[in-house]
Write a protein that binds this ligand. Structure first.
Ligand SMILES: Nc1ncnc2c1ncn2[C@@H]1O[C@H](COP(=O)(O)OP(=O)(O)OP(=O)(O)O)[C@@H](O)[C@H]1O
Ligand SMILES: [Mg+2]
Length: 280
């Protein structure tokens, strides 16, 4: 299985992440000042699968980039395994795929794009087996795609290359910012299977998505942001029960009603859910 062999020099630390009282202000003290996050406390246990949701501009992408060590917060701190760590140290352990895959592409071939992290973090290793495993993991054929230009791939293929390039060096945590956007039904299904595969490795995954009704079936916990504040943090069941109903789509409201009547809406397929809409 993929990830069976780890380079022996990797120190695997317990990847508990604690966001402590984090505030982030862009362009502080200028007319462009923008408060993106306010007093966020959040603990992510190792192996958890978390959905971060909230309206546009609520601070989701900023929060993930802070956790991934890409942005230094203007207030508060993030602890990894109980202590602060340097950005480069964190980046080795956390793979983050950005909201727009193109934002992270820079190489001229899919191979070079995906191999970058291996060459960067493990310069003495041969990148080929790493790249092959990562491509296989996301369902991309190595021979067919290795020489393609990342920019000229379809939306779904780009998304897979982006994910392969952040899991290739075998991080402990995977973070996906809006991974379902622009994918058709089949593409979404493929991507959700990649997430399920990752979960089987008992590693942490954090997903940002507006498509709560699709993603909630695959996560344990939901964090909901509004205007830079965390307004909900709890199990997916409590999310459906407790979050203000105006945040919920019709389908999520149906799921809520099913849950309140003692059923398990998370295990129901789309067809069954729609069927139930007419029965309750
Ligand atoms: N690089 C930046 N410079 C200045 N302001 C920024 C920057 N990035 C984000 N912001 C601002 O910070 C706030 C939070 O943005 P963020 O991108 O984290 O939201 P989001 O929840 O990911 O939104 P979306 O759902 O639209 O992706 C917004 O008001 C945004 O305008
Ligand atoms: Mg965003």
């Amino acid at each position: 299985m993929w990830l069976k062999r780890r380079p022996v020099f990797v120190i695997i630390f317990n990847m508990k992440i604690e966001v402590v009282n984090v505030t982030h202000i862009f362009y502080r003290g200028t007319p462009l000042e923008r408060i993106a996050l306010r007093d966020i406390d959040l603990t992510i246990e190792e192996g958890e699968c978390l959905l971060v949701a909230g309206n546009t501009g609520s601070g989701k992408s900023t929060l993930l980039q802070i956790i991934a060590g890409l942005i230094e917060p203007t207030g508060g701190q993030v602890l990894y395994d109980g202590r602060q760590r340097k950005g480069y140290e964190v980046r080795k352990h956390i793979g983050i795929a950005f909201q727009y895959p193109e934002d992270q592409f820079f190489a001229e071939t899919v191979f070079d794009e995906i191999a970058f992290a291996v060459r960067n973090f493990y310069p003495d290793e041969d990148p080929v087996p790493f790249v092959k495993r990562a491509m296989e993991f996301v369902g991309l054929n190595f021979d067919e795609f290795k020489d393609r230009v990342p920019f000229f791939l379809s939306g779904g293929e780009k998304r897979r290359v982006a994910i392969a390039s952040v899991i290739v060096h075998e991080p402990d945590v995977l973070m996906l910012d809006e991974p379902l956007v622009g994918l058709d039904r089949e593409g979404k299904g493929d991507l959700l299977r990649v997430i399920e595969k990752w979960k089987k490795l008992k590693r942490t995954v954090v997903i940002i998505s507006h498509d709560i009704e699709t993603v909630i079936k695959h996560v344990d916990r939901v964090v909901f942001l509004e205007n830079g504040r965390k307004i909900f943090d709890g199990s997916r069941e409590d999310f459906l029960r407790e979050i203000d109903v105006h945040y919920l789509t019709t389908r999520l409201r149906t799921m809520r009603r099913l849950l309140l009547s003692g059923e398990d809406p998370f295990s129901m397929g789309d067809e069954e859910l729609i069927d139930r809409v007419y029965r309750i």
